[in-house]
Design a protein around this ligand. Structure first.
Ligand SMILES: C[S@@+](CC[C@H](N)C(=O)[O-])C[C@H]1O[C@@H](n2cnc3c(N)ncnc32)[C@H](O)[C@@H]1O
Length: 243
């Protein structure tokens, strides 16, 4: 599914969309999730830390929130943040420099590059872990993107996917859908001046494979021992798999 109604390839539309909303992305993220997105990233980092990685690739790193959370929590780590959108990466770089200057993270912990997941500029078996937060949903081809992430992981390395899903509870489900399909696109549209971007968000979550199907896709991409952990009643999941 594409955000805009034109013939450009999805990857190009996604890059343009994130370039456009980059200046408001962080504020809107925290506002629309009531800050819960931060706790989900922290949980992901906690699970990642338990695997004791030395070198991590954070794909679809965006404005760097997950990469920074990893750098703050895990000592002696090296992180490569990769994203399609130059504007998102520019903000990630500024936030990272500020965190270095304030002594929150050691210098040269995180490097950033602009690249598509399907053209990662690293040799195979380069990383102990690969992470992707709220990015897989935007890939032009989920299976292909995950296959490319598998390529750069070392054998035994772990993939962590943090992604939205739709909760199905009898009361919470409809309430959440009302919020996600009505309130969020309206507020997101006002602040970002890109109404389509915040209509695309709930529709892309609706179309995203259910956890069981995603684990099948992960398995086909070369991952084993795939698991999914529900967060906040199934609003989001952390999916993991091993190369
Ligand atoms: C919703 S943002 C998530 C950013 C960040 N991971 C976070 O947790 O806030 C999705 C990001 O995925 C990036 N993205 C989408 N498709 C991509 C692809 N094929 N390759 C690399 N990055 C991609 C977008 O440019 C955007 O910055």
């Amino acid at each position: 599914m594409k955000p805009y109604n034109d013939n450009r390839p999805k990857t190009q539309q996604i890059r343009d969309m994130f370039d456009r909303i980059a200046p408001v992305y962080d504020r809107l993220n925290h506002l629309l999730s009531l800050g819960i997105d931060r706790s989900w990233r922290r949980k992901t980092v906690k699970m990642l830390a338990a695997t004791r990685p030395r070198r991590v690739i954070d794909v679809a790193t965006g404005t760097g929130d997950l990469a920074l959370a990893i750098a703050r929590r895990i000592p002696d780590i090296r992180i490569e943040g990769v994203d399609l959108s130059p504007q998102m990466i520019e903000i990630a770089q500024k936030k990272t420099s500020a965190a270095e200057t304030q002594g929150q993270i050691p210098r040269d912990t995180i490097s950033y590059s602009v690249a598509d997941v399907e053209a990662l500029p690293f040799p195979e078996n380069s990383f102990d872990a690969a992470t992707v937060a709220f990015g897989v949903r935007n890939f032009a081809d989920i299976a292909s993107g995950l296959t490319h992430m598998q390529r750069v992981l070392r054998p035994g390395g772990t993939l962590f996917i943090l992604e939205f899903d739709t909760p199905h509870g009898k009361i919470f489900g409809p309430l959440y859908r009302f919020y996600f399909h009505r309130i969020l696109p309206t507020v997101g549209g006002w602040f970002s001046k890109d109404r389509k971007a915040y209509h695309y968000l709930p529709r892309s979550v609706d179309e995203f494979p259910a956890p069981e199907r995603l684990r099948e896709i992960m398995t086909q991409a070369g991952f084993r021992d795939c698991h999914s952990r529900a967060l906040f009643g199934g609003v989001a999941y952390i999916h993991t798999g091993k190369k």
